[in-house]
Design a protein. Structure first.
Length: 179
DNA sequence: AGCAAGATCGGT
DNA sequence: CCGATCTTGCTG
């Protein structure tokens, strides 16, 4: 079952952990592939000094100010596309960075594998026929740590436990082999 | 208009 | 640890 708008229009700190263990579907027309989401990070509002919205509304982060369910894609280090899911109500700039899926560890590697780039900026996961999310087939537990690659941020944002990853023991379990 | 820095990755 | 690579957004 594909997620509806309401799922995404909650606070990012609720949406992010709920995305662990859900299914990312990439339809390239002739063939569609399904991946289980294993790792995400939450970025929350203009006050979050690690978030791209910390300087307010800009052309790059504009989609984050939309209602949840849209895709926020941007280029980092001149060569890697980052896939984010916009969360929260309209006017609240929040997003979930997809850091890992089954088969691919790392946000830059998974976008390269799924052929996701600037063209997906603003894509609506509720309506799209090329990219969407579906409910988790199995309930997964997760652990939390601080976010990666945000040394530029100040405290307390740098240390917020807003990185969520599937428990290692559940990764090795056979229950995720269905994907 | 110029420039520093970046939500990364792969090779030393 | 370091370089690749180029867009973004701040600063002047």
């Amino acid at each position: 079952m594909r997620f509806t708008r309401e799922f995404y229009c909650r606070d990012v700190l609720e949406v992010a952990p709920d995305l662990i263990g859900t299914i990312l579907v990439r339809n390239k027309g002739i063939n569609s592939s399904r991946y289980l989401i294993t790792e995400v990070e939450a970025y929350r509002g203009e006050e979050d000094q690690a978030c791209h919205a910390r300087f307010g509304l800009t052309s790059r982060n504009a989609i984050m100010y939309d209602a949840g369910g849209k895709v926020y894609v941007y280029l980092v280090y001149g060569m890697y596309w980052m896939l984010n899911i916009v969360a929260g109500a309209a006017g609240t700039p929040q997003a979930v960075l997809i850091r890992g899926i089954t088969g691919y560890d790392g946000p830059g590697k998974l976008t390269r594998a799924l052929e996701i780039d600037k063209g997906f900026y603003g894509e609506d996961l509720v309506m799209s026929d090329t990219l969407w999310l579906e409910e988790s087939p199995v309930k997964h537990r997760f652990i939390q740590t601080f976010r990666i690659g945000i040394d530029y941020a100040s405290e307390p944002w740098k240390s917020m436990p807003w990185r969520y990853l599937i428990r290692p023991q559940e990764l090795s379990a056979s229950k995720i082999s269905i994907v």
